[in-house]
Design a protein around this ligand. Structure first.
Ligand code: SF4
Ligand code: SF4
Length: 76
């Protein structure tokens, strides 16, 4: 179940990985090889976001916008 989703501005990411450890359910993962135009890996969202906004709070570069679903969704 997912309670929310993210818009990820991957071009703004500097690959510091602070968001990965900050996400309580652990649903952010860094890309394996893919990089943005500045050469940084960036996070991807797996199913299970709880819309807690911890990623938004810790990211130094304002990469995330969090959107909370009105009701939990099973497929995302
Ligand atoms: S905290 Fe922000 S800048 Fe750092 S890896 Fe995550 S999205 Fe990128
Ligand atoms: S809003 Fe919370 S659960 Fe969703 S990706 Fe960000 S830190 Fe993880």
């Amino acid at each position: 179940m997912s309670r929310g989703t993210l818009v990820i501005d991957r071009e703004a990411c500097k690959g510091c990985e602070l968001c990965i450890a900050a996400c309580p359910p652990g649903v952010l993962v860094m890309t394996a090889d893919e990089v943005n135009t500045r050469g940084h890996r960036y996070p991807l969202l797996l199913p299970g976001c709880i819309a807690c906004q911890a990623c938004t709070a810790i990211c130094p570069d304002f990469v995330f916008q969090v959107y909370r679903y009105e009701a939990p969704e099973a497929s995302r």
